[in-house]
Design a protein around this ligand. Structure first.
Ligand SMILES: *Cc1c(COP(=O)(O)O)cnc(C)c1O
Length: 384
């Protein structure tokens, strides 16, 4: 399918190409000095002492929970309106995901109140997701966690460069988990980062990402070490130098890209305001958002599949973020859904639609998308 407007379009330029070439010429391909530099720069961005590069955000979520000793018998409260990896990571640890509803039709994040309603006697941790890059109410959520003695992990896959009250997303909890998958605000093709202010968490995550080994290939290459011990059951979750080279180049684009996204969202809001029955969430939020995606809530009468077909006929790719995790077959089969306590999540899961958003989008394209969506909804009304 040749889209007039794709859902996303990564911003890749000469710096990325040069970075990849440099790595290949250097012949040092696996986790090395570029990865270390990428980690240093990312830790500055987030304002925490430790940033650990991994091969995905899924790995970051898994290791965050593992390093916090989450395991069998533990419940972890998290949203259902998120990518399935957020909940899968809980299950990798043998723990049970318990889903909390979103706050409201405007705020599609979990809140301290919705988390509190989902707490069980076995709850040990909370995983929050900054949906679309709009900050969760971290002061209230961390206060609740402190009172109940719970660990907090941020799935900040949508939120690199975002902040609340001057504190970066990913710096509000025991561990922040970022994704650099191709469609995220910055990409390394595949990749992730775990940020933490806790030295103990950082140390455990560094070991777990590389087989539980005490030294790295690079240390041995440099003559800093000749052998190693294995001190835990680890994984291979390392980032390669190729990915890190992309990440370094992408970090230089992040601020500008996020600012472009903000401008496009402002224009979207202006144009969408005239469409009857349609709303766009996060009309109100606190902090600096990163505008990862552009979700809207369709009128109840609209048939979403028909709207998506109409948009496709206009050459516009749309998507759904997200089908609630508790409705997936694998979650129902495991006795983890469907949940009766997520009315808002299920309604938004049924009526939500994601419109294209990326830095290189033009104002004309935004106008075209909004006009096409308006047509799609009138066509649906006529048909009804
Ligand atoms: C993309 C995404 C992930 C997974 O990221 P990967 O790097 O692909 O593993 C996890 N959570 C959310 C909310 C995401 O959007």
């Amino acid at each position: 399918m040749e889209w007039k407007v794709p859902l996303f379009d990564p911003d890749i330029g000469e710096a990325e190409i040069a970075g990849i070439n440099e790595v290949l010429r250097s012949k040092w391909l696996t986790m090395g000095e570029r990865t270390t530099r990428f980690e240093e720069r990312f830790s500055e961005l987030v304002g925490v002492p430790h940033a650990i590069a991994l091969n995905s955000a899924t790995a970051a979520l898994h290791l965050a929970l593992a390093a916090l000793d989450i395991g069998p018998g533990d419940d972890v409260v998290l949203p259902s309106l998120t990518f399935v990896a957020t909940a899968n990571a809980v299950r990798y640890c043998g723990a049970r995901p318990v889903f909390a509803d979103i706050e409201s039709y405007d705020c599609w994040n979990v809140s301290a109140a919705s988390i509190e309603a989902a707490l069980t006697p076995a709850t040990c941790a909370i995983v929050v997701v900054h949906y679309a890059g709009y900050p969760c109410d971290m002061p209230a959520i961390t206060k609740l966690a402190r009172e109940r003695g719970l660990a907090v992990v941020e799935d900040a896959a949508h939120a690199p460069g975002g902040s609340l009250a001057g504190r970066a997303m990913g710096a509000w909890s025991d561990a922040g988990c970022f994704s650099f998958f191709s469609n995220k605000n910055m990409t390394t093709a595949e990749g992730g980062m775990l940020t933490t202010a806790r030295a103990d968490v950082a140390e455990r995550v560094r070991k777990l990402r590389s087989h539980g080994m005490t030294t790295l290939t690079l240390d041995r290459h440099k003559g800093h070490a000749f052998s190693y011990d294995v001190v835990s059951l680890g994984y291979n979750y390392r980032m390669s130098e190729l990915n890190a080279a992309l990440g370094l180049a992408q970090l230089d684009r992040l601020g500008h890209g996020n600012a472009q996204r903000r401008r496009h969202v402002a224009r979207y809001r202006e144009r969408l305001a005239g469409i009857a029955g349609l709303s766009a969430p996060f009309a109100q939020f606190a902090g600096e958002a990163t505008y990862h995606i552009m979700p809207v809530l369709l009128p109840r009468a609209a048939v979403r599949a028909e709207v998506m077909k109409h948009m496709m006929a206009c050459g516009i790719q749309t998507s759904i973020h997200y089908r609630p995790i508790d409705t997936f077959s694998a979650y129902v089969a495991a006795g983890l859904g469907p949940s009766a306590t997520l009315p808002l999540t299920h309604d938004v899961g049924a009526r939500g639609l994601t419109l294209p958003l990326y830095p290189g989008l033009s104002e004309q394209q935004v106008d075209y998308i909004c006009a096409s969506l308006s047509d799609a909804l009138s066509a649906a009304e006529r048909a009804a």
